[in-house]
Design a protein around this ligand. Sequence first.
Ligand code: 13P
Length: 247
Amino acid sequence: MRQTLIAGNWKMNGSLAANAALLDGIRAGAQGLACEMAVCVPAPYLAQAEAGLQSSPVAWGAQDVSVHESGAFTGEVAASMLRDFACKYVIVGHSERRSLHAESSELVAQKTLRALSAGLVPIVCVGETLAEREQGRTDAVVNAQLAPVIAAVGEQLAKIVIAYEPVWAIGTGKTATPAMAQQVHERIRATLAQADAAAAATVRILYGGSMKPDNAKELLAMADIDGGLIGGAALKAVDFLAIAQAA
Ligand code: 13P
């Protein structure tokens, strides 16, 4: 019912030369896989991703989008511009943007809406820090991040993707155990169901945080884990493909 999505978040990595090899490798290995695949690349490389992945089963997207439609917002990238490069997805509210760029959950909700308005599929990231987990506040934090998004999208809830990325697992090599991740995913789905039960059953909830070829299978086997948002392992075609094959 929910097709598994394996999405790469390249973050601020890459070069024209390195991307060409990576895109070629992903394209070559993606044929015939049962899951959906996508790569979210730095904005300057969207044209390269479009050219390199056209007529392949792999979708592409961006890592952030402006909340504004257009105008005097130096350095920002509009949702309509992402559509010009045939992006399908855009990540919003990644923990690195929340913490390094002070993005609030309300801003993330408005960016989610902006992406939907342009016909993009937002991948909305949520997740707690280690301190918040240790204080037993995981559910409260994740719910507070989700609430403005649920309120903003209203009847469009079924059109979004959510990524649960515990901050303490990102880039650290520490992965949530499948049971720990499943528990949060299940609660996220229950929260969505309070707003829209039908949508909650179809929304894909990805896990992100040190997902690698050797732990992907057991994470992806959990009932409410519908895919992965992959950082480091998405920068090597063999690793990224191995995760997709585990799906
Ligand atoms: P890592 O897979 O490198 O831990 O990154 C996860 C992430 O932040 C994806 O958005």
